[in-house]
Design a protein around this ligand. Structure first.
Ligand SMILES: CC(=O)SCCNC(=O)CCNC(=O)[C@H](O)C(C)(C)COP(=O)(O)OP(=O)(O)OC[C@H]1O[C@@H](n2cnc3c(N)ncnc32)[C@H](O)[C@@H]1OP(=O)(O)O
Ligand SMILES: CC(C)C(=O)C(=O)O
Length: 575
């Protein structure tokens, strides 16, 4: 044997020409005793939907009043209790929407609306005008804090940016004090994840000094990864560091606002929760600036998949998706977790086989234990959750193309038509289907699969037709049969004997010049074209070859004898 190492070294993998040297890694957080890695998420966080704000500001065509109202109602129906309804100072539409919610009494008593505003006086005043008459609301103040934003956007140093935040926090407090309803506060050090932690802490503390959180006067500090710029563990360290260092922590709701620039917003949010956050802001299906906000749908269903109640109703995820797609004009991609068209669909044979077996085992185990199938513990390979739990039917779970095997074919024939093909027949039908899928390079739809199966195994006009039969016990435990058949339209009366009915019929058929030997036989109750009866499968050797035949009949004996005729038909056709 060669002494060469395996796998081979990677010297073939060459340095790229990408200018990676322009980019700097995220700074590490000095937190050697971090605790988040050993924690688990055991309850749903507080959720805030920002579909109507961060989601909306990222759309090529922002939602109009009608679409915003439709989205708001959806969010309420789903169970969101904190909803950021807009940026009232941005436009007339945004302002009018907040007014319409308040004036039309659209906000349920247990739902808190939130409005966002930057640290700019005129915009803050306009925002509070929008809230007139609201019994309760959260005013969400933000300003960016990262070194780059301080330098290029504000042209300010740390102290000046801190003053900007404090002055406008004070204005918010003054306006809130004059508001007849109850206005809570949220502050976001925008671009938190790119801000030096000591400065993020300092500015949050200074804002808190103005808002004075205390018992029954919670404030929300929201930590955005405005641009996601590190692996989720670094974000988690940042969150844990803040959570540990913040004063008045008992009166602070620590919130996260992850974006998805690196494609890891969900992981960042989940690790951030482990790190001590209480609340997550995000959007349905991850809508939002650039690559989006963290996806609230995924976060919720990830919780469900771990046995934790997400407290949001995604029991009909496709209906939710429909409303979101209509309101935003965005499409949820096919492979999108939980909600994409293809995420519960399997084309590949080994997956289909395992899913098929897993679903059957689930049905069987649930029935054996007398537990309803829909509450029985889920353990089906390749399906992290039961698609039914989020309102999806099983129709699309298995689709057949050239990557598929017998498990998939069997699944479709059994779920759509109640067939229980014997294993050998499954293999044969899969090969038949493969000739189409491979030969024509395409998928075979369930209806087409059924037509293929019927044309091959359930011939409408077999050469040999069973017209009638009568059986009786014979000598030495044998069964005798008298049968009337027609072969190529010519009627014949036959009789035979054998150890069972099928063998007796095979014996009788010898009179026609064929001598079938029954090798396998199966049958089960079935309904064909709305008629209840029996489906039978018979594998017969004729000469050197063996053929499966299938037939439906009003009773098991008739179906079985017809299945033998169907096998002979296939034998004749093969010659
Ligand atoms: C990360 C986020 O998602 S934050 C939310 C962002 N959302 C939006 O911007 C959507 C709505 N925004 C808008 O409609 C408009 O931007 C408006 C109405 C708010 C403001 O419009 P304009 O007055 O034309 O200002 P513009 O948007 O260009 O803002 C830039 C100005 O605001 C300043 N600014 C930017 N962010 C902030 C902030 N957080 N706090 C205070 N000032 C800020 C900038 O320094 C700049 O000031 P300058 O004009 O003196 O240079
Ligand atoms: C202002 C905040 C919350 C924001 O939208 C962001 O930083 O992405």
């Amino acid at each position: 044997m060669s002494k060469e190492t395996f796998p081979a070294d990677h010297s073939g993998q060459r340095a790229s020409t990408l200018p990676y040297g322009r980019y700097r890694p995220a700074p590490e957080v000095d937190l050697p005793d971090r605790v988040w890695p050993t924690r688990r998420i055991t309850k749903a966080p507080r959720w805030l939907s920002t579909d109507l704000r961060d989601g909306n500001q990222a759309l090529p065509t922002p939602m109009d009043l009608d679409r915003k109202t439709r989205m708001f109602r959806l969010l309420v129906e789903l169970g969101y209790k904190e909803i950021e309804v807009g940026f009232p100072a941005a436009s007339e539409t945004e302002f009018a929407f907040v007014r319409s919610l308040i004036e039309n009494d659209e906000i349920p008593d247990d739902v808190l609306i939130q409005v966002i505003v930057p640290a700019r006086e005129a915009l803050i005043r306009r925002t509070f005008d929008a809230l007139a008459g609201a019994p309760r609301a959260i005013a969400h103040l933000y300003n960016s804090t990262s070194p780059a934003q301080r330098r290029v956007v504000f042209g300010m140093d740390r102290t000046e940016v801190e003053k900007l935040a404090v002055d406008h926090a004070r204005l918010c407090r003054d306006l809130a004090d004059r508001h007849p309803g109850r206005i809570g506060f949220q502050y976001s050090p925008e671009s938190f994840s790119q801000t030096e932690l000591d400065f993020a802490l300092r500015i949050c503390e200074s804002v808190m000094d103005v808002w004075e959180p205390e018992e029954n006067r919670e404030i929300i500090l929201n930590l955005p990864s405005t641009v996601e710029c590190s692996t989720p563990n670094v974000f988690a360290d940042q969150v844990e560091w803040m959570s540990r260092h913040l004063s008045r922590r008992d009166h602070v709701c620590l919130s996260l606002h992850p974006h998805n620039d690196r494609g890891t917003a969900v992981a960042s949010a989940e690790l951030g929760l482990l790190a001590g956050a209480d609340r997550v802001e995000g959007c349905l299906f991850g809508n939002g600036e650039r690559t989006g906000n963290v996806c609230l749908t995924i976060l919720a269903l990830n919780l469900m998949s771990q046995g934790v109640d997400p407290q949001i109703d995604f029991s009909d995820v496709d209906a939710v998706r429909h409303v979101v797609e209509t309101c935003t004009g965005m499409r949820v991609p096919e492979r999108y977790p939980y909600a994409g068209d293809l995420v519960h669909t399997s084309f590949s044979g080994s997956h289909q086989d395992a899913i098929n077996k897993g679903l059957r085992a689930l049905e069987r185990d649930a029935a054996e234990r007398g537990v309803p199938r829909d509450t029985y513990p889920w353990d089906v390979p390749y399906l992290p959750i039961d698609p039914k739990d989020i309102g999806r039917s099983y129709q699309a779970i298995i689709r057949v193309n050239s990557q598929s095997g017998k498990g998939g074919v069997d699944y479709l024939l059994s779920t759509a038509h109640g067939l229980k093909l014997p294993r050998g027949l499954q293999t044969e039908v899969a090969a038949l289907v493969q000739r189409v899928t491979d030969g024509e390079g395409r998928e075979v739809a369930p209806d087409e699969l059924w037509s293929l199966f019927r044309a091959e195994y359930l011939p409408a006009e077999p050469r040999t037709v069973l017209l009638g039969h009568r059986s009786a016990p014979g000598e030495r435990g044998q069964t005798t049969v008298k049968a009337e058949i027609s072969v190529d339209g010519e009627s014949r009366a036959l009789s035979g004997a054998g150890p069972d009915l099928l063998a007796a019929f095979a014996d009788a058929l010898a009179e026609t010049g064929v001598e079938p030997v029954v090798l396998e036989h199966a049958e089960h109750p079935a309904t064909l074209d709305g008629t209840p009866g029996t489906m039978a499968y018979v594998r017969t050797r004729v000469g050197r070859d063996a053929f499966w035949g299938c037939a439906f009949g009003p009773d098991a004996p008739t179906a079985s004898l017809r299945a033998l005729c169907a096998a002979l038909h296939r034998h004749d056709r093969s010659r």
